[in-house]
Ligand binder design. Sequence first.
Ligand code: PLP
Length: 389
Amino acid sequence: HTIQSHLLAGVPASQSIAAAQRARDLKAAGRDIVAVTVGEPDFATPPEVIEAAFSAAREGQTKYTPVSGTTGLRQAIARKFQQENALAYDPSTEILVGTGAKQVIYDALIATLNPGDEVIIVAPYWVSYPSIARMAGATPVFIEASPEHGLVPTAAQLEAAITPRTRWLMLNYPNNPSGAIASREQYAALAKVLERYPDILVMSDEIYEHIRFDGSAFISFGAITPEMRERTLVVNGVSKAFGMTGWRIGYAGGPRALIAAMTKLQSHVTGGASAVSQAAAQAALQMDPALLAQRAATYEQRRDLVCGLLAASPALDVVRPSGAFYVFVRVRDTEVLGGRPVDDFLLDHGVAVIAGEAFGSPGWFRISIATHDADLQAACTRILSAFSR
Ligand code: PLP
């Protein structure tokens, strides 16, 4: 008899968190491992954000907040959506703050799904989407996005995945792990299909919005047509953009009935996000955006470094990311692996990566570039030598 519920027993623990922990354990045990696993900026939280949190705590912002978030933070989020995404949301009814984007995604799926419902997920995908869908009793249905189409699903692929049970389409651009960014045309083609299926909701996870390279444009799926705005939950957060993973603040804008359902759920689960963290997030959203551009430029240099180095290996196909902070690599010559998972194989060569299986893409692996150049250089040297045998 297992202690876990049937639903929980049906999902693995987060493989990316597990892989990062395994690398830390091996390093602690004295192994010479370069870890490029974590999906977490190596940048610190901006000092003015820390100051704002400190003042808020001193001024007594240490109590329960409204379940959907403080008025100040919801207003700052509404302004962000308006200014950066051309999306108008009423801060009192169409915005929700949660304990990380992760909890916001969980709220949305748990609040809306019934057993037997289907959630369309595009592979490669962020590890938690299928697990959260399963914990809601739903069934994930996968679309394999192809490199020929920029790792964004086509209208035909979407059409083929839709059934009468489809409840959600999950989108994530810039994408973790591939770094792909969807264009306005690609989104418009998906929206055109969705117009014929008015009951399908769309979750657009835009957490990597600010990390883009080569001047790539960004459009929110919620802003693609007025009709899509009415059934898209636009998810974002401060973790990746501002180096604030540990503060645990994510947020979403969306249609009133959906936000109300998520707020009701959250009222029983957390009661709302941490008051001090919400004050910090508000300060972050009010900062000069120049900082974000500066950090994106650093990631872009690292992207160039890693893609440049790995291009030397005929055993690997490197998808050049347009955003986010990962490089997703396909192992062309899998014989070298000798039948072993690619993460185990590379650990033997002193590099910790995340195997593509975690993202629904066997035969691939993910390198995080949220690490300084020296480690990236060492990781690439070890990867090249591992695949040169
Ligand atoms: N969405 C994607 C695609 C992510 O990569 C992550 C973090 O790894 C999250 C959501 C969750 O971010 P947080 O809960 O820190 O806001």
